[in-house]
Design a binder for this molecule. Structure first.
Ligand code: NAP
Length: 301
């Protein structure tokens, strides 16, 4: 198929690469042109100067930018993707954004006889590189059916959840799980270390029992080492949790732990960890100890 991809960030760059490698004709757009040129040199695909130009002639237009406002910027207006798309073509939005903006954009798309599905992803940078993302989708079944085989190029699971906005609501469920889970894991590892246990050995045994999780398997080592220079950034997580808490205020859901973890992430940002992986919640628990040790060390010296 003729496919456009808008937004070649950590996620979009490899996702667009999978499409080109699996035989689709891909034309990309990125706000910073250097990344688009690099992509087109690496994958032998086309690049465009505007989202509109990228979208012209495409049956599917995939998009993966930062937040609600970024989406409006690349989709609407004279140079936006919508203005270049032909009736019957479908916009597939992989950005983690609000359910409201998905509904708003779906209405604008329908006015132009375009399809729109919200299709946020989970699985992180590694999932994008390995083509193993999980994709949760909201929108009309007709548009979903058209986009599903193409999304399968970079996914291990693609699930239609219901009307437009349902994909974003499902991604919110995912982020609620991850926030509480990571704080629990951070506290467990912190406790193990304070208790003088071998953290590695503790994780090796409990990972075989009921506490097992993806985060435990994939993050406990780096959490013990205090390494966070990879993965899903705290700044992005705070953006996602703001969307979650806003939605919960409207639908009446009680999210006390999520609200608390959001504040803990604000602490991590104050520690200078805005770009650290979300597993850095443990750094906040260690921070007072480190400060005390440093003071103690200075006094001894
Ligand atoms: P990223 O590396 O920061 O890339 C963001 C992309 O969006 C870049 O291509 C950027 O262009 C473009 N962009 C941002 N604002 C724009 C604007 N106003 N106009 C035009 N282009 C704009 O982010 P990412 O990690 O790929 O994440 C993208 C989305 O996926 C986010 O919604 C994030 O929450 C979600 N997500 C990320 C992960 C992860 O592990 N990273 C996992 C799941 C979901 P420039 O190159 O010019 O800056």
């Amino acid at each position: 198929m003729n496919v456009a991809f808008i937004g070649l960030g950590v996620m979009g760059y490899p996702m667009a690469g999978h499409l080109q490698r699996q035989g689709h004709r891909v034309r990309v757009y990125n706000r910073t042109p250097a990344k688009a040129l690099q992509w087109s040199a690496e994958y032998a695909g086309d690049c465009a100067d505007t989202p509109r130009q990228a979208a012209q002639g495409a049956e599917l237009v995939m998009c993966c930018v930062g937040n609600d406002d970024d989406l409006r910027q690349v989709l609407l207006g004279e140079q936006g993707a919508f203005s270049g798309m032909s009736p019957g073509s479908v916009l597939v939005d992989h950005t983690t954004a609000s359910a409201d903006v998905a509904r708003e954009l779906a209405i604008q798309a329908a006015e132009r006889e375009l399809g729109f599905i919200d299709a946020p992803v989970s699985g992180g940078q590694a999932g994008a590189i390995n083509g193993q993302l999980t994709i949760m989708v909201g929108g009309e079944a007709l548009w979903f059916a058209r986009a599903e085989p193409v999304m399968a190029c970079y996914a291990r699971r693609v699930q239609h959840m219901g009307p437009v906005g349902s994909g974003q609501l499902t991604k919110m469920v995912n982020q609620i799980c991850i926030g509480g889970l990571l704080q629990g894991l951070a506290e467990a590892l912190h406790f193990a270390q304070c208790a003088g246990l071998d953290g590695e050995a503790a994780m090796a045994v409990i990972s075989q029992g009921a506490a097992q999780s993806w985060q435990l398997e994939n993050r406990h080592k780096t959490m013990l080492e205090g390494r966070f220079d990879f993965g899903f950034a705290v700044d992005w997580m705070r953006k996602d949790l703001a969307i979650v808490l806003d939605e919960a205020r409207r639908n009446g859901a009680q999210l006390p732990v999520t609200a608390l973890v959001d504040q803990f992430y604000a602490d991590v940002q104050r520690l200078g960890g805005g770009r650290w992986d979300t597993s850095s919640l443990i750094a906040r628990l260690r921070a007072p100890l480190v400060a005390e040790n440093e003071i103690h060390g200075t006094q001894q010296a």
